[in-house]
Ligand binder design. Structure first.
Ligand code: NAD
Length: 334
């Protein structure tokens, strides 16, 4: 029996998760919701995905242009076992009562507060905590990136200080900026550190800056070590950590631009780079401090986590079985 999945909010994250669901043999995509009849709605239809109006209030928009919908969100909820809520941040919490009304499990995204769900989730760090749960929050792109590498070296961590250099907007977003400034997040520490602590119990402080780029985030990470580790040990650990890849400046990976080009060269859909990219040369140990720099493809790193979250919630597989299955289905390199 395949788990029946619906997607509420077919935007940057929603359409990528929908695609990923279609690549699984233990899940089936029942439909997605749209608020309007933009090109994404027509594309979903072309792909044969049933499109539902996000609520009754949006129906006139579809009727006006003769776009036939399969029903509304409430109709979709009657056909699915789980809904992936990929609506804009904060809306998931507002939607939760309707999911509860229909007795449907829900996966929320990182724009929601942690208390929307029973567990905040990164597969390789705490898959087991989501087993059998009804409400799981896949944490944000930045938190997923930090958690993937930090959980791999968790036993060596005394304290983490990290600087988040954040992309201003996604490539399709013309409303956000800045386009010619660097904008510090003046709340110090930023919310990213506490968000990591919703997944793994480590000491961490973060600061954040928004910069004029659309393609990736970059993190500069410094770890005060609890016990000694060498640069070679860290390289070895990251080389053996799933969904983390080492890239070398020496091979032409000078910036986030070449990382995205690498994903394009792999013919990844939407140039998704699901893996966290660590610059190998940036890994350095000085005394009791470890330094490294990593990049996060914000539009896609959380996609495999949504798939694993569903498997955990329905107890379809154990941790490594699920991670390996997801990795294989999406062409994740390791
Ligand atoms: P988005 O704006 O690209 O997509 C949201 C979609 O929801 C849009 O298609 C919008 O039309 C639709 N929508 C709006 N109101 C709706 C409603 N009432 N009902 C149903 N759908 C509605 O946003 P996104 O970037 O995909 O973000 C979705 C969630 O994922 C947020 O919680 C966000 O914080 C999180 N997230 C985003 C990124 C990223 O970089 N884009 C990364 C990780 C996590």
């Amino acid at each position: 029996m395949k788990v029946k999945v619906g997607i509420n909010g077919y935007g940057t994250i929603g359409k990528r998760v929908a695609y990923a669901i279609t690549k699984q043999d233990d899940m089936t995509l029942i439909g997605v919701t749209k608020t309007k009849t933009d090109f994404e709605a027509y594309r979903a239809k072309e792909l044969g995905i049933p499109v539902y109006a996000a609520s009754e209030e949006f129906l006139p928009r579809f009727e006006k242009v003769g776009f036939e919908v399969a029903g509304t969100l409430e109709d979709l909820l009657q056909k699915v076992d789980v809904i992936v809520d990929a609506t804009p941040g904060g809306m998931g919490a507002k939607n939760k009562p309707i999911y509860e009304k229909y007795g449907v499990k829900a996966v929320f995204q990182g724009g929601e507060k942690a208390d929307v769900a029973e567990v905040s989730f990164v597969a390789q760090a705490n898959y087991e905590k989501a087993l059998g749960k009804s409400y799981v929050r896949v944490v944000s792109c930045n938190t997923t990136g930090l958690t993937r590498t930090l959980s791999a070296i968790q036993e060596y961590i005394d304290y983490v200080y990290a600087v988040m250099i954040r992309r201003a907007a996604d490539p399709n977003d013309i409303k956000r900026g800045p386009i010619n400034a660097i904008k510090p997040t003046v709340e110090v520490p930023s919310h990213h550190g506490p968000d990591v602590q919703t997944v793994i119990p480590i000491n961490i402080e973060t600061t954040a800056f928004v910069v004029p780029t659309t393609i990736m985030h970059v993190h500069s990470i410094m770890v005060e070590l609890k016990k000694p580790i060498t640069r070679e040990d860290v390289i070895d650990i990251f080389e053996n950590t799933t969904r983390v890849l080492l890239f070398e400046k020496e091979k032409g990976f000078d910036s986030t631009a070449q990382l995205i080009e690498f994903a394009r060269d792999l013919h990844r859909e939407w140039n998704n780079l699901y893996e966290i990219a660590v610059w190998k040369e940036s890994i350095n140990v000085k005394g009791n401090r470890l330094f490294y720099i990593q990049a996060v493809h914000q539009e896609s790193d959380v996609v495999p986590e949504n798939i694993d979250a569903i498997r955990a919630m329905f107890e379809l597989a154990d941790k490594w079985e699920s991670i390996e299955k997801t990795n294989k289905s999406l062409g994740i390199l390791k």
